[in-house]
Design a protein around this ligand. Structure first.
Ligand SMILES: [Zn+2]
Length: 144
């Protein structure tokens, strides 16, 4: 079965992917659980996912399903929406979302986070597509 999940960015709201396995908070367990696709309802744009631990079936709006398969809770979704709507100043200490818009003081440029990477040494990076400077790799989550 093909599932269309939606990754929210300001400009382009849709990303298609094939996926059977998801991860999100199960209503019965109350914890993040592996979830398996049970049903996709095109009409109401919802996914019914079965908890692999307790078999509880939960229906999630597609808009809260990330490309990675992670299903956001209502609170996480609201927080993410707020973060996506705000263009923040880049600092190496912060962590970022794919689709997030950031400003870089040194480049005097605005860009969108397009990819997240982890080096073998465990350092985290983001790839940002800047309007003028093009793609740049920046560090994130630095503990400086
Ligand atoms: Zn469960």
């Amino acid at each position: 079965m093909e599932v269309i999940a939606i990754t929210e960015t300001k400009s382009k709201p849709k990303v298609a992917l094939r996926r059977k396995n998801f991860e999100g908070i199960c209503a019965r367990c109350g914890h993040i659980r592996p979830l398996q696709l049970s049903h996709l309802d095109q009409e109401s744009k919802t996914l019914s996912l079965k908890c692999k631990v307790c078999n509880e079936l939960t229906t999630f709006p597609l808009i809260r399903v990330l490309k990675s398969g992670r299903v956001l809770s209502e609170a996480e979704y609201e927080e993410r929406k707020k973060a996506l709507a705000t263009c923040i100043e880049y600092t190496p200490q912060q962590t970022y979302w794919i689709g997030q818009e950031i400003q870089h003081q040194r480049f005097q440029d605005k860009g969108t986070v397009v990819k997240k990477l982890k080096s073998d040494g465990g350092h985290h990076f983001i790839i940002v597509k800047f309007e003028k400077s093009g793609e740049k790799t920046l560090i994130e989550g630095a503990d400086v």
